[in-house]
Write a protein that binds this ligand. Structure first.
Ligand SMILES: Nc1nc2c(c(=O)[nH]1)N[C@H]1C(S)=C(S)[C@@H](COP(=O)(O)OP(=O)(O)OC[C@H]3O[C@@H](n4cnc5c(N)ncnc54)[C@H](O)[C@@H]3O)O[C@H]1N2
Ligand code: MOO
Length: 405
């Protein structure tokens, strides 16, 4: 039996997984279809934003040197029109977004002026560029608008539109084959016979993977037999960048995944010093064209699959998409609202976080066994509890923040 000293660390397992991974190629998409996609290249700004100096308020544009005077209104500037140069000894009625006329260098909001029979009376003191949004104050043409490796969010799509950009180069989504092993596993919608359970890993992992930027293109059920396991793995590697299995990686005679990977390709890592998820397996599977698919064998227990997905599949997608944000989970410190002792493996406890005036507190679901998926529902973080540790209520613990984005 493997004792903890012979198990590899999570860090070593992850390093081995990422060692042979290259970023996937880019594709060009309509911006409308690019939400959450990862930018393949830096995007340079082609325009100044705003493209012309304009007013931040509804009010009056003037020469600041005319502060304290009463000035007649010589023109009316609505948003979208090109104004004339501001005539001497006059002001211009201007609306928010209206282009500042040549000659004007300040805008006073309408609430701060007085309308008289002779014209508009301005306050005595007006700051230079008061309420003026200078050309290029948001974005300067030629600067970097967005950085390669960022995941496009709503604001970034707005920023692209502000440049008139309609198409953008993003990373293709890594193609994933998700294989569920286990004779006992049936799909929701099918009748459940004695000894069977529904497949909870499949929808959970599919959603997690898609949220990490992947495209889950194959969903396959694999029976517990050696030849069937090999056949399905071989087929999955033909069409996928990553082949993921659940179950069948432990030590029982019905666990065929590890042997199948060893015979078809290469098993780089098996068994890690983490709880849950010890029998996790990592390797590579060849395809018939001389390429290789990455292999990740997650343990069947749903909690082990959940934790394995966050610790290994998310950084894997980060490497394939060349996206630093996905490569590392943010860490947050919290006070434990529980007490626990760990054995020889590092424990990743599922916790929910509350943000209080006194600090952040972490509550753990009372049953942290690897078959108890209730412990993952609504979990905000994985509390990282070192091996052979004793945690008391109120101790500060390190957490990987799952709901940070
Ligand atoms: N003698 C030993 N037995 C076990 C060891 C060990 O070291 N020695 N390790 C245990 C640990 S830790 C884990 S984790 C599990 C992992 O085993 P497998 O990856 O081979 O998973 P299975 O045996 O196929 O399944 C485990 C458990 O999970 C249920 N399961 C599987 N797939 C799904 C699914 N898609 N949806 C819902 N539930 C699923 C399955 O029915 C089992 O109950 O091995 C321990 N045993
Ligand atoms: O390491 Mo296995 O995932 O619980 O209990």
């Amino acid at each position: 039996m493997a004792d903890a000293s012979t198990l590899q660390s999570v860090e070593a397992g992850l390093a081995a997984l990422l060692e042979h991974v290259d970023p996937v190629p880019a594709e060009t998409l309509a911006c409308d279809a690019a939400m959450n996609r990862v930018l393949a290249d830096d995007v340079p700004a082609v325009l100044d934003v705003p493209p012309f100096a304009n007013s931040a308020m509804d009010g009056y544009a003037l020469r600041r040197a005319d502060a304290g005077r009463i000035l007649p209104v010589s023109q009316r500037i609505t948003a979208g029109v090109s104004p004339e140069e501001l005539a001497a000894d006059s002001c211009a009625r201007i609306f928010t977004g209206g282009q500042l006329p040549e000659g004007a260098d300040a805008v006073v909001m309408q609430e701060k002026v007085e309308s008289t029979a002779q014209g508009i009376r301005f306050p005595d003191s007006i700051d230079l560029h008061n309420n003026v949004r200078p050309r290029g104050s948001d974005v300067e043409a030629g600067s970097r608008l967005l950085k390669a490796g960022m995941r496009l969010d709503a604001a970034a799509l707005g920023h692209l539109a502000g440049q008139g950009i309609t198409r953008i180069a993003v990373r293709q989504r890594p193609r994933i084959a998700l294989l569920s092993t286990g004779n006992e596993i049936v799909e929701p919608g099918q009748p459940l016979r004695a000894g069977q359970i529904y497949n909870s890993n499949r929808p959970m992992l599919r959603e997690l993977l898609e949220s990490f930027g992947a495209d889950v293109t194959q969903l396959t059920s694999v029976p517990d037999d050696a030849e069937g396991t090999r056949r399905h793995l071989r087929k999955a590697a033909e069409h996928a960048d990553v082949v993921i299995t659940t179950g069948g990686v432990s030590v029982g005679e019905e666990d065929h995944v590890k042997a199948a990977v060893e015979s078809l390709g290469q098993l780089d890592v098996w068994r890690l010093a983490l709880k849950p998820g010890k029998p996790l397996a990592l390797g590579r599977l060849p395809d018939s064209r001389g390429g290789t698919a990455v292999f990740v064998g997650l343990p069947g227990n749903p909690v082990s699959s959940f934790v394995g997905a966050w610790l290994f599949l998310r950084p894997l997608m980060g490497a394939m998409l060349d996206c630093p944000h996905l490569r590392e989970l943010p860490r947050i410190r919290a006070k434990a609202d529980f007490a626990t002792r760990t054995g020889p493996r590092r424990h990743y406890m599922r916790v929910s976080l509350t943000f209080e005036a006194g600090g952040i507190r972490a509550q753990a679901y009372p049953d942290q066994n690897s078959g108890v998926l209730s412990s993952c529902v609504g979990a905000d973080a994985l509390a990282v509890i070192p091996p052979d540790a004793s945690i008391e209520n109120g101790d500060v613990i390190d957490c990987l923040w799952l709901s940070a984005n």
